[in-house]
Design a protein around this ligand. Structure first.
Ligand code: ASP
Length: 356
């Protein structure tokens, strides 16, 4: 660990396709598996060794479909221990759960004043057609060219400091807790359906200062309190309320339910469904209502079918992504016991994750 901001960027590798290798060592054949060695990952790009970066990795290098809250805590620890020493952080991550990790880190990293960018790739960086190299290099450059680098201070390409957890993918910088993986193969794999991109990278990189969160003048710290006593579920025609009720009868440890509803927050109105909702809330669980639609917001009270949910005590999740909603819930349930406090924080815009 260095003692003060060295101007360097710390790469934190958690795994994902970007740093995977083929199991038979051939670059096009056989299954992909996480590589244990950074040297092996970047062997086709020796120049990466000469960049102003240091390298760290989590204890397990994984396919991000294995992502777990314990690894989120580890990432938090690496950032906390190295916060003062580095100009910013680039996290290499699998694309499958990247939006979840970006969202949870936005809630865990308190008073963040530096840039944390998660990036990955649809093809391993070792392959010739990989999108990984561009994603990595542009992420590094977005941090490197920020205004507090004297080399770029008055330069044409000086970028504002982005005091946020972001995702960079292909050509866009997104707010992490607004981002979603919307395409499983396309190099434009991510989007931010309810908030404009924070930046764009073509031959020049642009960062839109007016879309950024304000910088904090408070002390940075990491909030490690996370609860996994949560569940997320879609409603659908033919939904059987009995099954939902049974889950809650059998699992008294569940404290929060993210309910993904239709359109502007609508659910079935049959008495059996509403009775189940009443039962769940009366047993002390908080229900957060978000929409199944990719774009748009829950508007409780717009239709009869969601006005009744408000009466029952269901909480409005506005335009939060499922990834932001569930991770925000996990952080709030980890931090607070008081249900009213949790409900109040759920509807509060904490780090740019929702618009009312
Ligand atoms: N399954 C991979 C992962 O999320 C997919 C990727 O990285 O693109 O780790």
């Amino acid at each position: 660990m260095k003692s003060e901001n060295s101007g360097k960027i710390l790469i934190i590798n958690t795994g994902g396709t970007i740093s995977m290798v083929h199991s038979d060592g051939n670059d096009n054949k056989s299954v992909l598996k996480p590589s244990k060695s950074w040297k092996e990952v970047i062997q086709n790009y020796q120049f990466l060794e000469s960049l102003n970066i240091d390298y760290a990795q989590t204890s397990k290098i994984i396919d991000s479909s294995d992502m777990d809250y314990k690894i989120w805590l580890e990432i938090g620890k690496i950032i906390e221990e190295n916060y003062a020493a580095y100009k910013g952080f680039v996290i290499l991550h699998g694309t499958d759960t990247m939006s979840y990790t970006a969202s949870v880190l936005s809630f865990m990293l308190k008073n963040l004043n530096k840039t944390v960018i998660l990036t990955g790739a649809q093809r391993p960086i070792r392959e010739m057609r990989s999108d990984g190299l561009q994603n990595l290099l542009t992420s590094i450059e977005i941090i490197e060219k920020q205004a507090d680098n004297p080399e770029f201070k008055n330069g044409e390409e000086c970028l504002p400091v982005v005091p946020e957890v972001c995702i960079f993918f292909r050509d866009h910088l997104f707010r992490g807790n607004r981002s979603r993986k919307l395409d499983s193969t396309n190099y434009f794999g991510f989007s931010s359906p309810n908030y404009l991109p924070l930046g764009q990278a073509g031959s020049k990189i642009k960062v839109y200062e007016e879309r950024l969160l304000p910088q904090s003048d408070r002390q940075f710290y990491v909030d490690y309190q996370i609860s996994t006593d949560v569940l997320m579920m879609d409603v659908f025609p033919g939904f059987n309320p009995q099954i939902l009720k049974k889950i809650f009868e059998d699992n008294s440890n569940i404290k929060g339910l993210v309910l993904r509803t239709y359109g502007s927050g609508n659910t079935p109105q049959n008495e059996e469904f509403l009775e189940t909702i009443r039962y769940i809330i009366n047993s002390g669980v908080i229900i957060l209502n978000i929409t199944q639609c990719t774009v748009g917001s829950v508007e409780m009270g717009l239709y009869e079918s969601n006005a009744v949910l408000t009466q029952l005590g269901v909480v409005n999740g506005y335009d939060m992504t499922p990834e932001a909603a569930i991770t925000k819930f996990m952080c709030l349930l980890g931090k607070y016991d008081d249900r009213e406090k949790i409900k109040e924080r759920l509807v509060t815009n904490i780090v740019g994750e929702l618009t009312k």
